[in-house]
Design a binder for this molecule. Structure first.
Ligand SMILES: [Zn+2]
Ligand SMILES: [Zn+2]
Length: 466
Protein backbone atom coordinates (compact mmCIF):
# COMPACT_ATOMS: atom_id res chain seq x y z
CA UNK A 1 0.00 0.00 0.00
CA UNK A 2 2.90 2.30 0.66
CA UNK A 3 3.64 2.29 -3.06
CA UNK A 4 0.45 4.30 -3.56
CA UNK A 5 1.06 8.02 -3.81
CA UNK A 6 -0.18 9.82 -0.71
CA UNK A 7 0.02 6.86 1.66
CA UNK A 8 2.80 6.52 4.21
CA UNK A 9 3.23 4.08 7.10
CA UNK A 10 1.05 6.16 9.44
CA UNK A 11 -1.85 6.13 7.01
CA UNK A 12 -1.47 2.41 6.30
CA UNK A 13 -1.75 1.76 10.03
CA UNK A 14 -4.91 3.85 10.29
CA UNK A 15 -6.48 2.11 7.28
CA UNK A 16 -5.70 -1.30 8.66
CA UNK A 17 -6.85 -0.54 12.20
CA UNK A 18 -9.97 1.45 11.43
CA UNK A 19 -11.18 -0.16 8.22
CA UNK A 20 -9.50 -3.60 8.29
CA UNK A 21 -8.35 -2.91 4.75
CA UNK A 22 -5.70 -5.37 3.57
CA UNK A 23 -5.63 -5.14 -0.23
CA UNK A 24 -5.57 -2.34 -2.78
CA UNK A 25 -8.93 -3.43 -4.15
CA UNK A 26 -10.50 -3.26 -0.69
CA UNK A 27 -9.02 0.19 -0.27
CA UNK A 28 -10.45 1.33 -3.59
CA UNK A 29 -13.88 0.09 -2.60
CA UNK A 30 -13.55 1.83 0.77
CA UNK A 31 -12.99 5.08 -1.16
CA UNK A 32 -16.16 4.38 -3.10
CA UNK A 33 -18.08 4.12 0.17
CA UNK A 34 -16.51 7.35 1.47
CA UNK A 35 -14.84 5.55 4.36
CA UNK A 36 -11.65 7.60 4.23
CA UNK A 37 -13.22 11.03 4.58
CA UNK A 38 -13.77 10.80 8.33
CA UNK A 39 -10.49 9.07 9.15
CA UNK A 40 -7.89 10.93 11.14
CA UNK A 41 -5.31 12.50 8.81
CA UNK A 42 -7.45 11.91 5.72
CA UNK A 43 -10.32 13.92 4.24
CA UNK A 44 -12.26 14.41 1.04
CA UNK A 45 -9.26 15.59 -0.99
CA UNK A 46 -6.95 12.81 0.21
CA UNK A 47 -9.61 10.22 -0.55
CA UNK A 48 -9.94 11.50 -4.12
CA UNK A 49 -6.14 11.48 -4.59
CA UNK A 50 -5.78 7.97 -3.22
CA UNK A 51 -8.67 6.74 -5.35
CA UNK A 52 -7.05 8.09 -8.51
CA UNK A 53 -3.67 6.58 -7.66
CA UNK A 54 -5.29 3.23 -6.88
CA UNK A 55 -7.24 3.12 -10.10
CA UNK A 56 -4.03 3.69 -11.98
CA UNK A 57 -2.10 0.99 -10.10
CA UNK A 58 -4.87 -1.57 -10.43
CA UNK A 59 -5.28 -0.87 -14.14
CA UNK A 60 -1.62 -1.78 -14.58
CA UNK A 61 -2.09 -5.25 -13.20
CA UNK A 62 -3.59 -6.47 -16.47
CA UNK A 63 -7.17 -7.14 -15.44
CA UNK A 64 -9.97 -4.63 -15.35
CA UNK A 65 -13.50 -4.21 -14.19
CA UNK A 66 -15.86 -3.88 -17.15
CA UNK A 67 -16.71 -0.34 -16.10
CA UNK A 68 -13.06 0.71 -16.18
CA UNK A 69 -12.71 -0.07 -19.89
CA UNK A 70 -16.12 0.66 -21.35
CA UNK A 71 -15.66 4.35 -22.03
CA UNK A 72 -12.20 3.94 -23.57
CA UNK A 73 -13.54 1.13 -25.73
CA UNK A 74 -16.52 3.15 -26.97
CA UNK A 75 -14.28 6.08 -27.77
CA UNK A 76 -11.98 3.79 -29.73
CA UNK A 77 -14.92 2.49 -31.79
CA UNK A 78 -16.11 6.03 -32.51
CA UNK A 79 -12.61 7.13 -33.51
CA UNK A 80 -12.31 4.17 -35.88
CA UNK A 81 -15.71 4.86 -37.41
CA UNK A 82 -14.76 8.49 -38.02
CA UNK A 83 -11.21 7.76 -39.19
CA UNK A 84 -12.12 7.47 -42.85
CA UNK A 85 -10.27 4.13 -43.05
CA UNK A 86 -13.01 1.78 -41.79
CA UNK A 87 -16.48 1.27 -43.25
CA UNK A 88 -17.70 -0.50 -40.09
CA UNK A 89 -16.48 -0.87 -36.50
CA UNK A 90 -17.85 -2.57 -33.43
CA UNK A 91 -16.90 -3.85 -30.01
CA UNK A 92 -16.53 -7.60 -29.96
CA UNK A 93 -15.32 -10.41 -27.70
CA UNK A 94 -15.72 -10.37 -23.92
CA UNK A 95 -16.39 -6.65 -23.74
CA UNK A 96 -19.29 -7.04 -26.18
CA UNK A 97 -20.58 -9.92 -24.04
CA UNK A 98 -20.37 -7.47 -21.10
CA UNK A 99 -18.19 -9.77 -19.03
CA UNK A 100 -17.56 -8.41 -15.53
CA UNK A 101 -13.77 -8.80 -15.74
CA UNK A 102 -11.76 -8.01 -18.85
CA UNK A 103 -8.11 -8.33 -19.81
CA UNK A 104 -8.34 -6.35 -23.04
CA UNK A 105 -10.55 -4.36 -25.36
CA UNK A 106 -11.57 -6.25 -28.50
CA UNK A 107 -12.74 -4.33 -31.54
CA UNK A 108 -13.49 -5.38 -35.09
CA UNK A 109 -13.37 -3.23 -38.22
CA UNK A 110 -14.09 -3.59 -41.90
CA UNK A 111 -11.26 -1.96 -43.77
CA UNK A 112 -9.54 -2.24 -47.12
CA UNK A 113 -6.68 -0.04 -46.10
CA UNK A 114 -4.85 -1.61 -43.18
CA UNK A 115 -1.60 0.25 -43.67
CA UNK A 116 -3.27 3.65 -43.59
CA UNK A 117 -5.35 2.62 -40.61
CA UNK A 118 -2.22 1.64 -38.70
CA UNK A 119 -0.42 4.87 -39.41
CA UNK A 120 -3.54 6.82 -38.47
CA UNK A 121 -3.76 5.02 -35.10
CA UNK A 122 -0.10 5.59 -34.42
CA UNK A 123 0.10 9.19 -35.51
CA UNK A 124 -3.05 10.05 -33.54
CA UNK A 125 -1.28 8.67 -30.45
CA UNK A 126 -3.93 5.98 -29.93
CA UNK A 127 -1.93 2.82 -30.58
CA UNK A 128 1.41 2.07 -28.93
CA UNK A 129 3.58 -1.00 -29.28
CA UNK A 130 1.58 -2.05 -32.34
CA UNK A 131 2.00 -5.60 -33.63
CA UNK A 132 0.55 -6.75 -36.91
CA UNK A 133 -0.59 -10.38 -37.14
CA UNK A 134 -2.45 -12.17 -39.94
CA UNK A 135 -5.98 -11.12 -39.11
CA UNK A 136 -5.54 -8.65 -36.31
CA UNK A 137 -3.52 -5.88 -34.77
CA UNK A 138 -2.59 -5.78 -31.13
CA UNK A 139 -1.55 -2.59 -29.41
CA UNK A 140 -1.79 -0.83 -26.10
CA UNK A 141 -3.81 2.28 -25.56
CA UNK A 142 -3.74 4.76 -22.69
CA UNK A 143 -2.53 3.45 -19.34
CA UNK A 144 -1.34 0.14 -20.73
CA UNK A 145 -4.69 -1.25 -21.76
CA UNK A 146 -4.22 -4.06 -24.21
CA UNK A 147 -6.36 -3.92 -27.32
CA UNK A 148 -6.99 -6.38 -30.13
CA UNK A 149 -8.30 -5.02 -33.40
CA UNK A 150 -9.68 -7.71 -35.73
CA UNK A 151 -9.36 -6.91 -39.41
CA UNK A 152 -12.31 -7.82 -41.61
CA UNK A 153 -13.78 -6.56 -44.86
CA UNK A 154 -17.31 -5.63 -45.82
CA UNK A 155 -18.07 -9.13 -47.03
CA UNK A 156 -17.04 -11.09 -43.95
CA UNK A 157 -17.60 -8.42 -41.29
CA UNK A 158 -20.82 -9.92 -39.88
CA UNK A 159 -19.40 -13.43 -39.76
CA UNK A 160 -16.19 -12.21 -38.09
CA UNK A 161 -18.17 -10.11 -35.63
CA UNK A 162 -20.21 -13.16 -34.72
CA UNK A 163 -17.12 -15.38 -34.58
CA UNK A 164 -15.06 -13.05 -32.37
CA UNK A 165 -17.97 -12.26 -30.04
CA UNK A 166 -18.84 -15.85 -29.08
CA UNK A 167 -17.14 -17.49 -26.13
CA UNK A 168 -15.24 -20.69 -26.87
CA UNK A 169 -17.93 -22.80 -25.19
CA UNK A 170 -20.67 -21.16 -27.28
CA UNK A 171 -18.75 -21.88 -30.47
CA UNK A 172 -18.05 -25.46 -29.47
CA UNK A 173 -21.75 -26.11 -29.05
CA UNK A 174 -22.52 -24.53 -32.41
CA UNK A 175 -19.87 -26.73 -34.05
CA UNK A 176 -22.02 -29.77 -33.25
CA UNK A 177 -24.82 -28.31 -35.38
CA UNK A 178 -22.84 -27.05 -38.41
CA UNK A 179 -19.07 -26.69 -38.50
CA UNK A 180 -17.60 -23.21 -38.59
CA UNK A 181 -15.75 -24.17 -41.76
CA UNK A 182 -19.04 -24.65 -43.57
CA UNK A 183 -20.39 -21.40 -42.18
CA UNK A 184 -17.42 -19.11 -42.84
CA UNK A 185 -16.61 -17.35 -46.09
CA UNK A 186 -20.17 -16.23 -46.82
CA UNK A 187 -21.66 -12.81 -46.67
CA UNK A 188 -24.34 -12.53 -43.98
CA UNK A 189 -26.50 -9.47 -43.57
CA UNK A 190 -26.93 -9.85 -39.82
CA UNK A 191 -26.10 -12.15 -36.92
CA UNK A 192 -29.77 -13.06 -36.86
CA UNK A 193 -29.31 -14.58 -40.28
CA UNK A 194 -26.36 -16.64 -39.02
CA UNK A 195 -28.40 -18.07 -36.16
CA UNK A 196 -31.18 -18.85 -38.64
CA UNK A 197 -28.76 -20.99 -40.63
CA UNK A 198 -28.07 -22.90 -37.40
CA UNK A 199 -31.84 -23.15 -37.06
CA UNK A 200 -31.75 -21.15 -33.85
CA UNK A 201 -33.49 -17.99 -32.75
CA UNK A 202 -31.28 -14.93 -32.27
CA UNK A 203 -29.13 -15.02 -29.13
CA UNK A 204 -28.17 -11.67 -27.57
CA UNK A 205 -24.37 -11.13 -27.32
CA UNK A 206 -24.44 -11.07 -23.49
CA UNK A 207 -25.76 -14.62 -23.40
CA UNK A 208 -23.25 -16.22 -25.77
CA UNK A 209 -21.40 -18.01 -22.99
CA UNK A 210 -22.12 -21.66 -23.73
CA UNK A 211 -24.48 -22.27 -20.81
CA UNK A 212 -28.10 -23.09 -21.67
CA UNK A 213 -28.63 -20.49 -24.39
CA UNK A 214 -28.30 -22.75 -27.41
CA UNK A 215 -30.73 -25.29 -25.97
CA UNK A 216 -33.19 -22.48 -25.26
CA UNK A 217 -32.71 -20.98 -28.73
CA UNK A 218 -33.45 -24.35 -30.30
CA UNK A 219 -36.72 -24.53 -28.34
CA UNK A 220 -37.48 -20.90 -29.19
CA UNK A 221 -37.59 -20.35 -25.43
CA UNK A 222 -34.95 -17.67 -24.91
CA UNK A 223 -35.82 -15.11 -22.24
CA UNK A 224 -36.84 -11.62 -23.24
CA UNK A 225 -33.99 -9.88 -21.41
CA UNK A 226 -34.58 -7.12 -18.89
CA UNK A 227 -33.51 -3.61 -19.91
CA UNK A 228 -32.85 -0.41 -18.01
CA UNK A 229 -36.14 0.96 -19.34
CA UNK A 230 -38.05 -1.80 -17.51
CA UNK A 231 -36.86 -0.64 -14.08
CA UNK A 232 -39.29 1.51 -12.13
CA UNK A 233 -37.47 2.18 -8.90
CA UNK A 234 -34.09 2.14 -7.19
CA UNK A 235 -33.80 0.29 -3.89
CA UNK A 236 -30.83 0.04 -1.50
CA UNK A 237 -29.23 3.47 -1.37
CA UNK A 238 -27.33 5.40 1.29
CA UNK A 239 -27.55 9.02 2.39
CA UNK A 240 -25.84 11.30 4.88
CA UNK A 241 -27.81 9.49 7.61
CA UNK A 242 -25.05 6.86 7.35
CA UNK A 243 -22.14 6.89 4.91
CA UNK A 244 -23.53 8.53 1.77
CA UNK A 245 -22.39 11.94 0.60
CA UNK A 246 -25.77 13.31 -0.49
CA UNK A 247 -28.79 13.95 1.68
CA UNK A 248 -31.90 11.82 1.63
CA UNK A 249 -33.78 14.56 -0.22
CA UNK A 250 -31.00 15.02 -2.77
CA UNK A 251 -30.85 11.29 -3.44
CA UNK A 252 -34.63 10.91 -3.72
CA UNK A 253 -35.17 13.89 -6.00
CA UNK A 254 -32.31 12.85 -8.23
CA UNK A 255 -33.81 9.36 -8.49
CA UNK A 256 -37.14 10.95 -9.44
CA UNK A 257 -35.45 13.22 -12.00
CA UNK A 258 -33.93 10.16 -13.66
CA UNK A 259 -37.47 9.02 -14.39
CA UNK A 260 -37.99 6.43 -11.66
CA UNK A 261 -41.21 6.31 -9.66
CA UNK A 262 -39.91 5.14 -6.30
CA UNK A 263 -36.79 5.13 -4.16
CA UNK A 264 -35.72 2.92 -1.28
CA UNK A 265 -33.40 4.31 1.36
CA UNK A 266 -31.30 1.66 3.10
CA UNK A 267 -28.78 3.38 5.29
CA UNK A 268 -26.54 1.28 7.50
CA UNK A 269 -27.83 -0.19 10.72
CA UNK A 270 -26.49 0.30 14.21
CA UNK A 271 -23.71 -2.34 14.24
CA UNK A 272 -22.07 -0.78 11.19
CA UNK A 273 -20.16 1.67 13.36
CA UNK A 274 -17.50 2.12 10.64
CA UNK A 275 -20.25 3.41 8.33
CA UNK A 276 -21.99 5.68 10.79
CA UNK A 277 -24.79 3.13 11.21
CA UNK A 278 -28.06 4.45 12.65
CA UNK A 279 -29.09 4.08 16.27
CA UNK A 280 -32.88 3.66 16.75
CA UNK A 281 -33.47 7.37 17.41
CA UNK A 282 -31.86 8.26 14.08
CA UNK A 283 -34.02 5.67 12.34
CA UNK A 284 -37.16 7.30 13.70
CA UNK A 285 -35.86 10.74 12.78
CA UNK A 286 -35.22 9.57 9.22
CA UNK A 287 -38.67 8.03 8.97
CA UNK A 288 -40.26 11.31 10.02
CA UNK A 289 -38.35 13.07 7.28
CA UNK A 290 -39.52 10.43 4.78
CA UNK A 291 -43.17 11.07 5.75
CA UNK A 292 -42.69 14.77 5.02
CA UNK A 293 -40.85 14.13 1.76
CA UNK A 294 -43.51 11.70 0.61
CA UNK A 295 -46.10 14.46 0.96
CA UNK A 296 -43.88 16.90 -0.86
CA UNK A 297 -42.78 14.58 -3.69
CA UNK A 298 -46.01 12.58 -4.30
CA UNK A 299 -46.79 10.61 -6.41
CA UNK A 300 -43.08 9.76 -6.25
CA UNK A 301 -42.64 7.49 -3.25
CA UNK A 302 -39.81 6.85 -0.80
CA UNK A 303 -39.82 3.46 0.92
CA UNK A 304 -38.43 3.26 4.42
CA UNK A 305 -35.71 0.67 4.24
CA UNK A 306 -32.60 -0.32 6.11
CA UNK A 307 -29.51 -2.30 5.29
CA UNK A 308 -29.47 -4.34 8.44
CA UNK A 309 -26.24 -6.07 9.35
CA UNK A 310 -26.44 -9.82 9.69
CA UNK A 311 -24.69 -10.60 12.96
CA UNK A 312 -22.35 -13.58 13.23
CA UNK A 313 -25.19 -15.79 14.51
CA UNK A 314 -27.51 -14.81 11.65
CA UNK A 315 -29.69 -12.43 13.63
CA UNK A 316 -30.44 -8.92 12.40
CA UNK A 317 -29.10 -6.13 14.56
CA UNK A 318 -32.32 -4.39 15.68
CA UNK A 319 -35.17 -5.54 17.91
CA UNK A 320 -38.50 -6.36 16.30
CA UNK A 321 -39.83 -3.04 17.65
CA UNK A 322 -37.54 -1.20 15.24
CA UNK A 323 -37.59 -3.77 12.45
CA UNK A 324 -41.36 -3.49 12.14
CA UNK A 325 -41.14 0.27 11.42
CA UNK A 326 -39.47 -0.32 8.04
CA UNK A 327 -41.26 -0.93 4.76
CA UNK A 328 -38.50 -3.36 3.84
CA UNK A 329 -35.26 -4.76 5.19
CA UNK A 330 -32.18 -5.59 3.13
CA UNK A 331 -30.12 -8.01 5.20
CA UNK A 332 -26.39 -7.97 4.45
CA UNK A 333 -23.19 -9.41 5.83
CA UNK A 334 -20.43 -6.83 6.40
CA UNK A 335 -18.27 -8.28 9.13
CA UNK A 336 -16.64 -11.55 10.09
CA UNK A 337 -16.32 -12.62 6.45
CA UNK A 338 -13.85 -15.42 7.08
CA UNK A 339 -16.25 -18.22 7.99
CA UNK A 340 -16.22 -21.65 6.37
CA UNK A 341 -18.99 -22.53 3.94
CA UNK A 342 -21.20 -24.42 6.40
CA UNK A 343 -21.13 -21.66 8.98
CA UNK A 344 -21.49 -18.88 6.41
CA UNK A 345 -24.46 -20.62 4.79
CA UNK A 346 -26.15 -21.27 8.14
CA UNK A 347 -25.68 -17.62 9.05
CA UNK A 348 -27.37 -16.43 5.87
CA UNK A 349 -30.16 -19.02 6.16
CA UNK A 350 -31.06 -17.68 9.56
CA UNK A 351 -31.20 -14.14 8.22
CA UNK A 352 -33.35 -15.22 5.26
CA UNK A 353 -35.78 -16.91 7.64
CA UNK A 354 -36.20 -13.71 9.64
CA UNK A 355 -39.75 -12.57 8.82
CA UNK A 356 -38.61 -8.96 8.38
CA UNK A 357 -36.01 -9.75 5.70
CA UNK A 358 -37.30 -8.90 2.23
CA UNK A 359 -34.05 -8.77 0.25
CA UNK A 360 -30.76 -10.57 0.80
CA UNK A 361 -28.05 -7.97 0.09
CA UNK A 362 -24.82 -8.74 -1.85
CA UNK A 363 -24.89 -12.46 -0.91
CA UNK A 364 -21.15 -13.19 -0.95
CA UNK A 365 -19.67 -9.76 -0.23
CA UNK A 366 -17.11 -10.28 -2.98
CA UNK A 367 -15.13 -7.41 -4.46
CA UNK A 368 -14.09 -8.33 -7.97
CA UNK A 369 -10.30 -8.29 -8.43
CA UNK A 370 -9.89 -7.59 -4.71
CA UNK A 371 -11.65 -9.96 -2.37
CA UNK A 372 -13.01 -13.47 -2.75
CA UNK A 373 -16.65 -13.89 -1.87
CA UNK A 374 -17.93 -15.32 1.34
CA UNK A 375 -18.11 -19.08 0.65
CA UNK A 376 -21.78 -20.00 0.53
CA UNK A 377 -23.87 -22.85 -0.83
CA UNK A 378 -25.74 -20.86 -3.47
CA UNK A 379 -28.31 -23.57 -4.07
CA UNK A 380 -29.28 -23.76 -0.40
CA UNK A 381 -29.44 -19.99 -0.14
CA UNK A 382 -31.64 -19.67 -3.23
CA UNK A 383 -33.92 -22.50 -2.04
CA UNK A 384 -34.35 -20.73 1.30
CA UNK A 385 -35.16 -17.44 -0.44
CA UNK A 386 -37.79 -19.28 -2.46
CA UNK A 387 -39.28 -20.89 0.65
CA UNK A 388 -39.40 -17.57 2.53
CA UNK A 389 -40.34 -15.39 -0.44
CA UNK A 390 -37.21 -13.26 -0.05
CA UNK A 391 -35.70 -11.51 -3.08
CA UNK A 392 -31.97 -11.63 -3.81
CA UNK A 393 -30.02 -8.53 -4.59
CA UNK A 394 -27.92 -8.27 -7.70
CA UNK A 395 -25.67 -5.54 -6.34
CA UNK A 396 -24.97 -3.42 -9.39
CA UNK A 397 -21.71 -1.83 -8.32
CA UNK A 398 -19.17 -2.88 -10.97
CA UNK A 399 -16.84 -4.26 -8.27
CA UNK A 400 -19.57 -6.40 -6.74
CA UNK A 401 -22.11 -7.68 -9.30
CA UNK A 402 -23.16 -10.05 -6.54
CA UNK A 403 -25.35 -12.31 -6.86
CA UNK A 404 -23.09 -13.65 -9.58
CA UNK A 405 -25.05 -13.80 -12.87
CA UNK A 406 -24.26 -17.50 -13.23
CA UNK A 407 -26.73 -18.23 -10.42
CA UNK A 408 -29.62 -16.21 -11.85
CA UNK A 409 -31.08 -19.03 -13.94
CA UNK A 410 -31.38 -21.27 -10.89
CA UNK A 411 -32.93 -18.47 -8.81
CA UNK A 412 -35.44 -17.74 -11.57
CA UNK A 413 -36.29 -21.44 -11.88
CA UNK A 414 -37.23 -21.32 -8.17
CA UNK A 415 -39.32 -18.14 -8.72
CA UNK A 416 -36.97 -16.00 -6.61
CA UNK A 417 -37.17 -12.32 -7.57
CA UNK A 418 -33.89 -10.54 -8.32
CA UNK A 419 -33.51 -6.92 -7.24
CA UNK A 420 -31.02 -4.85 -9.27
CA UNK A 421 -29.67 -2.44 -6.63
CA UNK A 422 -26.90 0.13 -7.06
CA UNK A 423 -26.02 0.42 -3.35
CA UNK A 424 -25.50 4.07 -4.26
CA UNK A 425 -23.45 6.13 -1.81
CA UNK A 426 -23.93 9.29 -3.89
CA UNK A 427 -26.11 10.48 -6.75
CA UNK A 428 -23.48 9.29 -9.23
CA UNK A 429 -23.99 5.79 -7.88
CA UNK A 430 -27.35 5.51 -9.63
CA UNK A 431 -25.47 5.06 -12.90
CA UNK A 432 -24.39 1.63 -11.67
CA UNK A 433 -27.90 0.35 -12.36
CA UNK A 434 -26.66 0.01 -15.93
CA UNK A 435 -23.89 -2.45 -14.93
CA UNK A 436 -26.39 -4.47 -12.95
CA UNK A 437 -28.61 -4.71 -16.01
CA UNK A 438 -25.63 -5.81 -18.15
CA UNK A 439 -24.90 -8.85 -15.99
CA UNK A 440 -28.58 -9.54 -15.27
CA UNK A 441 -28.94 -9.96 -19.04
CA UNK A 442 -25.97 -12.33 -19.07
CA UNK A 443 -27.85 -14.41 -16.55
CA UNK A 444 -31.02 -14.39 -18.68
CA UNK A 445 -33.09 -12.25 -16.34
CA UNK A 446 -36.47 -11.00 -17.58
CA UNK A 447 -38.40 -7.98 -16.35
CA UNK A 448 -41.10 -10.20 -14.81
CA UNK A 449 -38.50 -11.70 -12.47
CA UNK A 450 -36.96 -8.38 -11.51
CA UNK A 451 -38.20 -6.97 -8.21
CA UNK A 452 -37.65 -3.32 -9.04
CA UNK A 453 -39.39 -3.66 -12.38
CA UNK A 454 -42.60 -3.93 -10.34
CA UNK A 455 -44.69 -0.79 -10.12
CA UNK A 456 -45.08 1.01 -6.83
CA UNK A 457 -48.30 -0.81 -5.89
CA UNK A 458 -46.97 -4.27 -6.70
CA UNK A 459 -43.72 -3.74 -4.86
CA UNK A 460 -45.56 -2.50 -1.80
CA UNK A 461 -47.53 -5.75 -1.86
CA UNK A 462 -44.28 -7.70 -2.07
CA UNK A 463 -42.86 -5.81 0.90
CA UNK A 464 -46.01 -6.49 2.91
CA UNK A 465 -46.08 -10.15 1.90
CA UNK A 466 -49.57 -9.74 0.40
ZN1 LIG B 1 -23.66 -3.57 2.12
ZN1 LIG C 1 -25.32 -0.69 1.12
Amino acid sequence: MMKIKGIGPKKVAVLWKELEVETLGELLYACNENRLIELKGFGDKTQTQIKKALEFTISNAGKFHYAALEKTAMTLVDTLKNSGFCSQASLTGAIRRKCEILDCIEVIVATDNVEKLISFLQSAGIAHKTERNNNDLTFTIAENIKSILYLANDDDFVWQLFHTTASIAHKEQLETIITGEQMAGKKYLSEKEIYLVYNLSYIEPEMREGLEEIKLARQNALPHLVSLANLKGILHNHSTYSDGIHTLEQMATNCRDLGYTYFGICDHSKSAFYANGMQPDRVLQQQKEIDLLNKKLAPFHIFKGIESDILSDGNLDYDDEILKTFDFVVASVHSNLKMDEDKATARLLRAIENPYTRILGHPTGRLLLAREGYPIDHKKIIDACAANNVAIELNAHPYRLDLDWRHIAYAVSKCVMISINPDAHSKDGFHDMYYGVCVARKGGLQAEQTLNALDVIAIEKFFKRL
